[in-house]
Design a protein around this ligand. Structure first.
Ligand code: ATP
Length: 365
């Protein structure tokens, strides 16, 4: 258990590149915090600063109330699991897991007991005599976890721990990590660019872009109330559809007018738009594929022709090419629609996001 606080933390590398810009983050005891964002946004740098593997250029890092900017990695009592596992190839699984206790000169009997305990919890008991070269990717991953767990650290830091695994194993290990988290009940900080991992594992998700935090929130808020267009587009698969519209007023009601039709805004959204002074203005809008529906001609917001129909089992993803953009619909109506067929689409008005075209910040949250 550890509480980790970053206050105005900046990282400037020796070549002058600023990889992390003045970030503030509070990671509570036992939280599972995910750092997510596109390649190069500063996730690993942030994690490495917490671990003590990178110096902090400006700002303060606190672990359990103590400022640790100048405390060495070994003395921070946190364990890091890397993407490449970093196992010792010449040692057996047993020796790899036991290593940190051995160098701490823990009595042999206690080491033996703890190694077996950890191996049991990770399903590694039958593999204790093997060397890493004789293990599958998933098994190596579990050994790497075991090596971290046995130290009983205050917190676990993980940098894309599943990225070397195939899709099926990735899914299994994701569940494994979730159950390890439940069992250990300790603090996790986890870097990934896989948003499924982020949404399923995280109690709190930090979305980063260009070294800055865009939004820190729980998975549901991030999905339903993204603060800007970047977060809206980054979280969710398939990604949110974006389209241009004009806010028009008719008989006291506000509509978003698109090329093909219009969306009646509910009172809550209309009020936010009035407050932002956007009546009559051009805005950018977003709608998630699951909130796009087939519609009758007269109710259409978009119209176009079917470009691709993907049947995924219980749902289907339909790509509809409109005059100026592709609109993606995720529907549980799995009846096949032919390529080239014309479709009219509407949207669930209460699910529409409206963004300021200049700042790209949400107006309607
Ligand atoms: P990825 O998902 O690709 O691993 P990331 O979000 O983890 O990306 P970082 O590894 O934190 O990104 O890197 C952030 C930025 O800092 C990148 O633009 C990277 O090129 C740069 N960077 C990383 N290490 C150094 C270094 N030692 N010197 C200079 N720039 C660096």
């Amino acid at each position: 258990m550890a509480e980790i606080i970053l206050k105005n933390v900046t990282k400037e590398y020796e070549n002058g590149f600023v990889a992390v810009k003045n970030i503030n983050l509070e990671i509570g005891n036992n939280e599972f915090v995910i750092l997510v964002g596109p390649s190069g946004c500063g996730k690993s740098t942030t994690l490495r600063m917490i671990a003590g593997l990178e110096d902090i250029s400006e700002g303060d890092l606190y672990i359990d109330g103590e400022r640790v900017n100048n405390v060495s990695p070994q003395d921070r009592d946190i364990a890091m699991v890397f993407q490449n596992y970093a196992l010792y190839p010449h040692m057996t699984v047993y020796q790899n897991i036991a290593y940190s206790l051995k160098i701490k000169k823990v009595p042999k009997k206690e080491i033996d007991q703890r190694v077996h305990e950890v191996a049991r919890s990770l399903g590694l008991e039958d593999l204790l005599d093997r060397r890493p070269g004789q293990l599958s990717g998933g098994q190596k991953q579990r050994v790497a976890m075991g090596r971290a767990i046995i130290r009983k650290p205050k917190a676990f830091l993980m940098d894309e721990p599943l990225s070397n695994l195939d899709a099926k194993l990735r899914g299994q290990m994701r569940v494994e990590i979730a159950s390890i988290y439940q069992r250990l009940n300790t603090t996790f900080v986890y870097v990934t660019h896989d948003q499924t991992e982020a949404m399923t594992l995280g109690t709190k998700i930090v979305v980063m872009k260009d070294g800055e935090i865009q939004q820190t929130d729980d998975p549901s808020n991030l999905f339903n109330y993204p603060v800007n267009k970047f977060v809206a587009g980054f979280i969710g698969t398939p990604a949110m559809n974006f389209f241009d519209a004009e806010v028009v007023e008719e008989s006291g009601q506000l509509y978003l007018k698109t090329k093909d039709g219009k969306i009646l805004l509910n009172e809550a959204k209309a009020e936010k738009i009035r407050e932002a002074g956007k009546v009559g203005a051009k805005v950018q809008c977003g709608i998630r594929p699951e909130h796009v529906k087939r519609a009758a001609e007269g109710d259409r917001v978009f119209s176009g022709t079917v470009s691709v129909f993907e049947l995924l089992g219980s749902n289907a993803i339909v790509y509809v090419q409109t005059a100026d953009r592709m609109i993606i619909m995720n529907t549980d109506d799995t009846e096949r629609v032919a390529h080239g067929e014309r479709l009219c689409l509407s949207v669930q008005p209460e699910k529409v996001h409206v963004f300021d075209p200049d700042t790209e910040r949400t107006i309607t949250n």
